[in-house]
Design a protein. Structure first.
Length: 259
């Protein structure tokens, strides 16, 4: 993922107009424009670059990202459908309120229903290719975590970019599992679930700090998958989600105390 340093084209005036948009991700060049804009706005939301309750003005975002209003409008509609932002008639888009504790519980229940079943399905259907791809995803995640740990604490732009790389690598690990279910409908449900996981990070309102335990839990999942026993893999995934829920619930309590 590209650096999060603000492009020179974003003037001080534009930053003040954007209601808390101090850092604008450079758009990745390997994706179609609408997807690049969606990913850039998603990145700002997940990393807290936009203030809670801030208005998301299409004109301001299109200028900041140096694109026409159309892909910005499409991106905001996708984000609203996923629940990361809210749309009100005649008022436009605003950042959605944080998840409540009850909503977090429902989300993690959904993860257990989908992901525990998915990994068992992938174990039965994915074979050697599944184990190989999951190992590669874990290796990429480990490299991203190592890079983050080695980063200069004083270089905020670098750390923000590396945190995003870690988050993406974490989610990629789970995506490999969904892909190897060989079930298109599971992948559709996984796409909807993925957006909500960004919302958990958005609701926590703090930097990435749990990269080490998440990596360790993923390694346990890979070890379980290596046994070729679906039940063992399912137990490892359930344990991981239980621990993620515990950490996320604590994050929400802390975030609530800061508001």
């Amino acid at each position: 993922m590209s650096s999060l340093s603000a492009p020179e084209r974003v003037s001080d005036t534009l930053q003040s107009e954007s209601e808390g948009l101090p850092e604008v991700p450079a758009l990745a060049q390997s994706q179609v424009l609408s997807e690049r804009v969606y990913r850039a706005v998603l990145q700002m939301l997940a990393q807290g670059s936009l203030r809670r309750g801030a208005a998301l003005r299409i004109g301001v975002l299109s200028k900041a990202l140096a694109v026409s209003p159309t892909p910005v409008r499409e991106a905001l509609a996708r984000l609203a459908a996923a629940g990361l932002i809210a749309h009100e008639a005649r008022k436009g888009y605003r950042i959605a309120p944080p998840l409540t504790s009850d909503q977090l519980k429902e989300l993690m229940d959904a993860r257990r229903l989908i992901e525990v079943g998915a990994i068992g399905h992938a174990c039965r259907n994915g074979g050697v290719a599944f184990r190989s791809d999951l190992a590669m995803a874990l290796e990429a995640q480990s490299a991203a975590v190592d890079a983050l740990n080695a980063a200069n604490p004083a270089d905020r732009a670098e750390r923000v970019a590396l945190e995003w790389r870690v988050l993406e690598a974490d989610l990629r690990f789970h995506q490999v599992i969904f892909d190897h279910t060989r079930n298109q409908f599971i992948r559709v449900m996984a796409d909807a679930l993925r957006a909500q996981l960004y919302r958990v990070r958005q609701s926590a309102e703090q930097g990435l700090y749990d990269s080490a335990p998440a990596l360790a839990e993923h390694r346990m999942i890979l070890n379980a998958v290596a046994t070729a026993d679906p039940a063992t893999a399912e137990l490892a995934m359930k344990r991981h989600i239980d621990l993620v829920e515990s950490r996320s619930a604590a994050d929400l309590v802390l975030a609530e105390g800061r508001r």
